[in-house]
Design a protein around this ligand. Sequence first.
Ligand SMILES: *Cc1c(COP(=O)(O)O)cnc(C)c1O
Length: 430
Amino acid sequence: MPRLTTNSRALQLRAESFLPGGVDSPVRAFRAVGGDPPFVTHAEGAYLYDADGNKYLDMFGSWGPMILGHAFPPAVEAIHTAAAKSASFGASHAGEADLAELVTKCFPSVERLRFVSSGTEACMSAIRLARGYTGRKFVIKFEGCYHGHSDALLVKAGSGVATFGIPGSAGVPEETAMHTLALPYNDLDAVRLAFANHPGAIACIIVEPVVGNAGTIPPAPGYLEGLRTLTHEHGALLIFDEVMTGFRLSLGGAQSLYGITPDLTTLGKIVGGGLPCGAFGGRAEIVNFLAPLGPVYQAGTLSGNPLAMAAGIATLKHLIAHKDTIYPQIDTITAAIANGVAALAEDAGVKLTTNRIGSMFTWFFTGTPVTNFDTAATSDTAAFAKFHRAMLDAGVWLPPSQYEAAFVGTAHSAAEVDLILQAAREALSL
Ligand SMILES: *Cc1c(COP(=O)(O)O)cnc(C)c1O
């Protein structure tokens, strides 16, 4: 039966008369996959509900934060309680250190940290801190890695930027981006060459230790170790952007999974339990360069917001208490989904490269192994778009772009595996 879209379409048209493209974040407009973006009325556990009465299995989890499922009762209760005491103080409260303590427990490399309101701010501020601490200008990032939409980091930035085929963005002056060196991911020689070409001038490397924003791309064996060695050799800082991977790949993120200690770490998404929240931190000696202790300025009216702290505390407390069951469980369910559909694609003669680490994965519509942005870009995005539409019609909402990771949370169980395999069997045979 065709999916009803009447109400969502009307809401989209209304939104378009006030918001560019009808959205506040470009990927939500579904331009890469076509069709009407459903307007969500509410969500619970692993499911989203739209204005036309459709129910969808959620495979993007608000782009990562919803690892415990939507409307997770302890988080809802914590937000209620906090909201009754006022949504914001603009002054210090105990919740900030409470959440900070939980973060440092999960991430031993983070001795001191500061809360902000988004992953974008966390990465932008971490770069400023790295430049302030080292007194150097250049930043190395990698093609297909997304570190938010700040000017200096919007160079070959994957994700929405890749989805729309824009190399960077209009409105970013060359002068702003000229100290950003964008290199291919998984290529240590490119990094060696950059250090040789800019002796004593590179402040830091910022990297998604497991790429999520070009679709899922794991680090090659020895790659992260190589970045750690090279940054040490050249006196540059290593920043792990764990906005997506933090609390997801393990309680301590990718750095704990791969056993690498970065100098600075950026966090977002899960850390705020679905409320606007990010954080950046690392060795105390570096982070203490921030004002009011040091010369690097950084501030925020809503930073450490009491609602965000409360939702983050409820989320992290649950993850910490149940880590021994949660992480193996979501790994098993994700493997069943990712590998199950990969097997169906093989049966149907559809070329698919499946990349998965823990509870994040991507089905690339290509026969080529995907190890960096160039190989991700060999994907047949038209075939992905067709698959996406068929899955949505069957009640499974995948991230609406080939260059994004899908996420599984604790609300996904064996029933959801069956649902998605059933839907994919049909979608792949169309
Ligand atoms: C989502 C994301 C960001 C940006 O976070 P926002 O909260 O959207 O600003 C930065 N880095 C990575 C790795 C991300 O996945």
